[in-house]
Design a protein around this ligand. Structure first.
Ligand code: HEM
Length: 451
């Protein structure tokens, strides 16, 4: 199935674009042009920055891996912190465990709805991704009904069914890699395995599977959305993906039901009420939701095995620890740094007055280092007894629907490396993603060594 080539202009008058797309392009451009970028000229926060001046939305904090002392200060001194000036406008930062749980447990007061601002620090009302409504950006009861249509694809019995395929593909990939020669773990392992996993889940045409990664990378890049040059490109790519999925969806609807998720959704009774755009939005959500996240948990695994050799040795000596190491890896990595909610009424939160309409950013990355919950929180401890309490999958009604699949992929990777007595050893500079949302790695040179 070929994708339609699209030209690169993001302007009205582009014949290939529907009036709806053109309208959204214009609106996105207007938004970007109108942004107050002055906050970006201030020095990046450190542990010495006065509390009132801390802005943890700056993506460089994460690409430079300098966020730890800043969040540590916020957890200690001001766990519900107000940032009055950022490129995303004013926002509250929740940085410790309890306030995040509190907010996620009250989804009627703290909304995820795209009409209120959505689920990331970037307001969905400004983000053309939301041209396609998806259930992560909806409140009850709409959210409940839509989530129900996909959750059967992630039950333990479905994971059992997928296990063989995921394992086979992981083994095949590891066997194809050179031992003792440097390669990029992110590109050749994390991206390859994640792309394959999603293609299997969806029954996506195998020859086009790399498009999945390409599109998802752009869609998940909420920093690019604000950029005058990258923003228009991102819009284009999102529409290209939507066009492709539309064709695929039609194809599945007209074919006999199959075992893949896409077919299951296309033939499900519950989808009767969902319009086509909403359906496409949810497909996009499942692909984007599973992409950077699973990838970065696998890259995190390689990184931590190198950073914490004594823990790696523990894991090698006792493969029974792998299951726990999976949770611990996801905790320490926290592949999505945050989710966001919007207050639907004036309310009080841990001593702070929150006004209706204000934005609350839930920093999972920081809560997963909360010393009152996780002892020695900055360390990867493969037999940590409460690793599963991490918040990397969120909490409450929106808790990640794909969590079991991500865990399965990571577990299989650890097991298949152990079966071959292989371990990735870093050989050079690791490059990190420049984002306050996706927390991960762009590249990681490694060589495989036998032990
Ligand atoms: C929701 C993280 C893998 C699909 C979420 C949320 C987080 C998250 C933080 C929002 C939770 C909240 O608001 O409380 C992760 C991480 C993953 C991962 C860290 C990997 C390590 C996956 C996979 C898929 C997926 C593999 C599917 C293929 C979704 C969907 C939602 C979601 C559909 C929306 C759930 C809802 O709104 O009810 N994920 N995710 N995720 N995730 Fe994941």
């Amino acid at each position: 199935m070929a994708t339609q080539p699209l030209d690169t202009a993001e302007t009205a008058g582009d014949e290939s674009r529907t009036p709806d797309q053109q309208l959204r392009d214009e609106w996105a451009k207007e938004f970007r042009d109108g942004l107050d970028r002055s906050s970006l000229e201030k020095p990046l926060a450190t542990a010495d920055t006065p509390i009132a001046d801390i802005d943890v939305s700056r993506p460089e904090l994460y690409s430079m891996d300098r966020w730890q002392p800043v969040f540590e200060k916020l957890r200690r001194e001001d766990p519900v912190h107000y940032c009055k000036d950022s490129i995303y406008g004013p926002f509250w930062s929740l940085t410790s465990y309890k306030p995040i749980i509190h907010v996620e447990a009250l989804p009627d007061i703290f909304s995820s709805d795209w009409r209120n601002g959505g689920f990331t620090i970037l307001d969905s009302t400004d983000d053309p991704t939301m041209a396609l409504p998806m259930f992560i950006g909806m409140d009850r009861p709409e959210h409940t009904a839509q989530r129900r249509t996909v959750s059967p694809a992630f039950t333990p019995s479905e994971m059992f069914r997928l296990d063989e395929n995921v394992r086979h593909r992981t083994a095949e990939l590891l066997d194809s890699l050179p031992v003792g020669e440097t390669f990029d773990w992110v590109k050749d392992v994390s991206i390859e395995l994640t792309t394959g996993m999603l293609a299997i889940l969806f029954g996506f045409p195998w020859e086009d599977r790399r498009n999945l990664t390409y599109w998802s990378d752009w869609m998940g890049d909420i920093v690019a959305a604000l950029d005058p040059e990258l923003g228009p490109k991102r819009n284009k790519i999102m529409w290209e993906a939507a066009t492709y999925f539309q064709a695929l969806w039609k194809q599945r609807k007209e074919s006999d039901p199959g075992p893949d998720l896409l077919s299951m959704m296309a033939h499900s009774d519950a989808l009767g009420d969902m319009d086509e755009r909403n359906f496409l939005g949810n497909i996009t959500l499942l692909i984007v939701g599973g992409n950077d996240t699973t990838r970065n948990s696998m890259s995190g695994a390689a990184w931590f095995m190198n950073r914490f050799p004594e823990e790696r040795e523990k894991l090698i000596a006792d493969p029974g620890l792998i299951k726990n190491a999976v949770s611990e890896t996801i905790r320490l990595q926290t592949p999505l740094a945050h989710m966001r909610r919007t207050a639907t009424e004036d309310t009080e939160l841990f001593g702070k007055e929150i006004r209706k309409g204000e934005k609350l950013v839930l920093w999972y990355l920081s809560a997963n280092r909360d010393e009152s919950v996780f002892e020695d929180a900055d360390r990867w401890i493969v037999d940590r007894d409460n690793a599963r309490r991490h918040l990397a999958f969120g909490y409450g009604i929106h808790r990640c629907v794909g969590a079991r699949l991500a865990e399965l992929q990571l577990q299989v990777l650890f097991e298949e490396l152990a079966a071959r007595r292989l371990m990735p050893e870093t050989t050079g500079e690791t490059e990190r993603v420049n984002s306050n949302f996706v927390h991960g790695y762009k590249s990681m040179p490694v060589k495989l060594v036998k032990y």
